[in-house]
Design a protein around this ligand. Structure first.
Ligand code: BDP
Length: 720
C-alpha cells in the first residue's frame, strides 16, 4: 500500500515535471529563459551576485529588481537576498546617483549617457566588493539589469566589469500592423496580442512579458495599430484601452504611438475636408492631441501612411507631405510628441519607375519638415524584398530627420515557417555606403544622426509578434525581433555577434550547438534570396498574399503590383534597365555608385537584374551564362535548405523536444516550398530563355501550368 502510494506520488511528480518542462520549452520565454548555469559557472557567478541591493522605488526600479531577482533565481538556481543596504561582498547595487549615495559617491562616468545609457562596474565601496548597475534614470538601470543578466546568460565573466552603453538611436520603435479586429496585416504568428475588447479592464499578463522582452533589447516605443489605420483608434473608447496598455508599458520605458488615418476628422466628426491648411482641420487635430495626452500623458506620437496605396493624404488637397506632417507635428509639439511620416509612397498614376517615386517626392521637401517630424524610409526603394539595394533617400536629405524602417515579419521571406535570420540583411543595409559626404557615409551614420547631425534619430521595425505561444510564429523568428532591438540600440553591432547572443540565451551555450546554428542563421537569408529572387530579382510573389512564386502575374490591380513589371523577362533577357538608357534610377545614388551601377560589368551580381536588363547568354564573372547562373542560384537555394535540415537533425540532443520538432517540421516545409519556388521560376523563365538547363540540373517537377493553377485564397496576413 505504502509502496503503491509512493509510486503514485513519484508518478504524479514525474508527470508534473514533464508538464512544466514542456510548458517551459514552447518558446514563450524567448531569450529571457534564465535556466540554471553549469556548475563551473555557478561558483563564479554566485560569489559576485549574492544579494540585490535596490536603491530606487519607482515602478521602473521595481521592474529592474524583479527582473534581476527572477533572472538570478533562474540562473543560479536559488533565490537571491533582497536588501536595502550593502552588508557584505558580492552585492549587486543598482540605481541612480539621485537615489543612492553610494552610487553618487562613485563618480561614475554618467555625464554622457543620457536618460537611457548605463554603466556596469565591479567596484569596491565601503570596503566591500560589489557590482554596480548605474544610470541617470531608472530606465537606464533597467537596461543595465538586462545587460548584466545577458552576460551570465551568455557565460561571460562578471568579475571585473567595466561596461558603458548608450543607445545610438533615440527612437527604437516596433510597429504593429495590428487591426482593431485583431487580424494582423502581414502577421504570421496568430492574432494581435492586444485584446481590445477586454481592455482596459483585463490586462493580460502577456502584456507585461511583452514589455519585458522589449525592454531587454532596448525597444522604447510601440505603435499599437496598423499603418492602414482605422479611425476608431482615436475615439474615447479606444483611447482608454490604449491608456491601459501605456500604463503596463511605462515602467519598462516604452511609449505608445498610434498610426492615424489622414481623413479621421472627416470620418469621425464629419468635417468637410482634411486639408492640412484648413483652420477647422488644424483645430480638430490640436484638440485631439490634447485629448490623447489627457488620457496618456507620455504618449509618443503619430505614424502616418498618407497618399500611399490608396490611403488618403494631404496631396488630396494639393498640399505636400511636409504640409501634412507639419500640421500634425504642430498639434503634438506642445506635448513633446513626434510624427513619423512614411516615405513609402508611390502612385499608380505616375508612370515613373516605382522605385524612384519616394525619392522624387521627398528630396525636394528636404529642410521643410518641422523638428519633431521624422521621415520613415524603408530599407530598400521598393518594398521589403529579400534583397534590394538601399533606398537612395538615405544620404539625400541632410536637413531631414530620417528613420530606417525594416520589416521583421517575413511577408516576403517565407512567412512563419522559412528560417531566415534578418540580422544579416539589416547589417547589409546599415553598412551600405551612400557616399553622401564622401566614402564612409554609411546608412548607419545617416540613421544614427552622426552624418548630418540630425536632431531626432529613429529605427522602426514592423513586428512579427502575435498570439502564438512562441510569440513570433516560429522559434527562429524570435531572433529577428531580438536582432532588430539590438541593432536599433547600436547599428554597428555585427549580425553574427547578435545571432550568437540570441542562440546562447534561447537554446544553450554548448559550443557544439552554438557554432553550427549561428552558421546556419548567418547563411539563411542568402538562401532565401537564392530560391526566391536571386541576382537582383524582386517581387515575384503571389498577388495579394505574397505566398509562393507567381512571376507570371500580369493582371494585378495596377501595373506596379505585377511581378512582370519587376523582372521584364523576354526573349532577349531579364531584369529592369534602371541605367540612363532605362528608368535612370541609378541617378538617385551618389555619383560613384551611380557610375558603378550603370556599368553592367561593375554592378555586383546581387544587384545585377535590379539595375540591368541582361541578355540570357551574358557571360557572368564566373564564366557562366546568366541563364545557367540563374538556374544554379535557384538550385543552390534548395540544396542549402536541405543542408540546414541535416544540420538541425544532428542537433536534436541539444534541444528540448517541442522546439526541436517544430523547427524540424518548419525546415521540411521550407525545403518543399524552396523547391516549389525554384521549379516554378525556372519553368516560367525558361519559356523566355528557351535554353536547356545546365548539365546535372533537375527539370521542374511539374509543367508550368501546374504552378500557375495553384491558388491560396485564405493565406494569413493579407491586407484588407
Ligand atoms: C507592403 C505590404 C502592405 C503594407 C505596405 C506598407 O504588402 O500590406 O501596407 O507594405 O508598408 O509591403 O504600407
Amino acid at each position: 500500500m505504502k509502496i503503491a502510494s509512493l509510486l503514485q506520488g513519484l508518478f504524479v511528480s514525474a508527470i508534473l515535471a514533464l508538464a512544466s518542462a514542456a510548458h517551459a520549452e514552447d518558446g514563450y520565454d524567448l531569450w529571457l529563459r534564465y535556466h540554471p548555469v553549469e556548475k563551473e559557472w555557478l561558483g563564479r557567478y554566485r560569489t559576485d551576485a549574492t544579494t540585490l541591493v535596490t536603491a530606487g522605488s519607482s515602478p521602473t526600479a521595481r521592474a529592474a529588481r524583479d527582473e534581476l531577482a527572477r533572472g538570478l533565481r533562474g540562473l543560479l538556481g536559488r533565490a537571491v537576498k533582497l536588501d536595502d543596504t550593502i552588508r557584505g561582498n558580492g552585492a549587486v547595487l543598482f540605481g541612480t546617483p539621485a537615489n543612492s549615495r553610494t552610487i553618487a559617491g562613485l563618480n561614475l562616468p554618467l555625464a554622457k549617457l543620457g536618460a537611457e545609457g548605463y554603466v556596469i562596474r565591479s567596484v569596491t565601496a565601503r570596503g566591500r566588493k560589489l557590482t554596480v548597475i548605474a544610470a541617470n534614470g531608472d530606465v537606464g538601470v533597467l537596461y543595465g539589469a538586462f545587460h548584466f543578466l545577458r552576460l551570465m546568460q551568455t557565460r561571460q565573466s562578471i568579475d571585473h566589469l567595466d561596461v558603458a552603453s548608450v543607445p545610438r538611436i533615440q527612437y527604437r520603435i516596433l510597429d504593429h500592423w495590428d487591426n482593431l479586429d485583431r487580424t494582423v496585416e502581414r502577421g504570421y504568428a496568430g492574432f494581435s496580442i492586444w485584446d481590445w475588447q477586454k481592455l482596459p479592464d483585463y490586462l493580460d499578463p502577456r502584456y507585461t512579458d511583452y514589455a519585458r522582452a522589449q525592454a531587454s533589447i532596448g525597444v522604447n516605443g510601440v505603435v499599437l495599430n496598423n499603418v492602414g489605420a482605422q479611425t476608431a483608434m482615436l475615439t474615447p473608447l479606444y483611447l482608454k484601452k490604449a491608456a491601459a496598455l501605456a500604463d503596463v508599458f511605462r515602467p519598462y520605458g516604452i511609449k505608445v504611438y498610434f498610426s492615424v488615418r489622414w481623413s479621421t476628422p472627416m470620418e469621425l466628426d464629419g468635417l468637410k475636408s482634411a486639408d492640412p491648411l484648413d483652420p477647422a482641420v488644424i483645430a480638430w487635430w490640436k484638440a485631439k492631441a490634447d485629448e490623447i495626452y489627457g488620457a496618456i500623458p507620455d504618449f509618443g506620437g503619430f505614424l502616418v501612411k498618407a497618399n500611399s496605396e490608396g490611403q488618403p493624404g494631404p496631396q488630396d488637397y494639393k498640399r505636400t507631405h511636409a504640409d501634412g506632417a507639419n500640421m500634425l507635428a504642430d498639434a503634438l509639439a506642445p506635448h513633446h510628441g513626434i510624427v513619423m511620416w512614411r516615405a513609402f509612397v508611390y502612385s499608380q498614376n505616375n508612370p515613373v519607375d516605382r522605385v524612384k517615386q519616394a525619392y522624387d517626392e521627398f528630396v525636394p521637401l528636404d529642410g521643410k519638415f518641422d523638428d519633431n517630424v521624422i521621415v520613415q524610409v524603408k530599407n530598400g526603394p521598393l518594398d521589403f524584398q529579400p534583397r534590394e539595394p538601399f533606398s537612395p533617400l538615405f544620404g539625400a536629405t541632410p536637413k531631414t530627420n530620417l528613420a530606417l524602417e525594416v520589416q521583421i515579419t517575413k511577408e516576403y521571406l517565407g512567412f512563419a515557417t522559412h528560417l531566415a535570420y534578418l540580422g544579416t540583411m539589416w547589417q547589409e543595409v546599415l553598412e551600405s555606403d551612400t557616399y553622401a559626404r564622401g566614402p564612409g557615409s554609411t546608412v548607419a551614420k545617416v540613421v544614427d544622426g552622426s552624418l548630418f547631425a540630425n536632431k531626432l534619430t529613429a529605427m522602426a521595425g514592423v513586428g512579427n509578434v502575435g498570439t502564438d505561444r512562441n510569440w513570433t510564429g516560429s522559434q527562429f523568428n524570435q531572433a529577428n525581433w531580438y536582432a532588430f532591438g539590438r541593432l536599433a540600440w547600436n547599428p554597428n553591432l555585427s549580425a553574427r555577434a547578435i545571432a550568437e547572443e540570441w542562440v546562447r540565451m534561447t537554446f544553450t551555450n554548448d559550443k557544439a550547438f552554438v557554432a553550427p546554428v549561428v552558421d546556419m542563421m548567418m547563411g539563411s537569408r542568402e538562401t532565401v534570396v537564392d530560391y526566391m529572387t536571386p541576382l537582383g530579382l524582386a517581387h515575384l510573389m503571389g498577388t495579394g498574399h505574397h505566398y509562393g512564386p507567381a512571376p507570371w502575374v500580369d493582371n494585378a490591380g495596377r501595373p506596379d503590383w505585377n511581378p512582370v513589371y519587376y523582372h521584364r523577362a523576354d526573349a532577349q533577357g531579364i531584369g529592369v534597365d534602371r541605367t540612363p538608357t532605362g528608368s535612370n534610377a541609378v541617378a538617385q545614388y551618389a555619383p560613384p555608385l551611380a557610375a558603378q551601377f550603370t556599368d553592367l560589368d561593375k554592378t555586383p551580381d546581387k544587384y545585377l537584374l535590379w539595375f540591368h536588363h541582361v541578355a540570357w547568354d551574358y557571360k557572368m564573372k564566373s564564366g557562366r551564362t546568366l541563364w545557367d547562373k540563374l538556374v544554379l542560384h535557384y538550385t543552390h537555394g534548395v540544396e542549402d535548405v536541405a543542408k540546414m535540415r541535416t544540420t538541425w537533425a544532428k542537433l536534436r540532443p541539444y534541444v528540448d523536444p517541442q522546439r526541436y520538432e517544430e523547427t524540424a517540421a518548419y525546415l521540411a516545409i521550407q525545403e518543399k516550398e524552396a523547391k516549389w519556388w525554384r521549379d516554378a521560376c525556372i519553368a516560367y523563365f525558361q519559356t523566355f530563355s528557351n535554353r536547356p538547363l545546365p548539365p546535372g540540373m533537375a527539370p521542374p517537377e511539374h509543367p508550368l501550368a501546374y504552378y500557375k493553377g495553384l491558388s491560396f485564397p485564405y493565406e494569413p496576413g493579407t491586407a484588407r
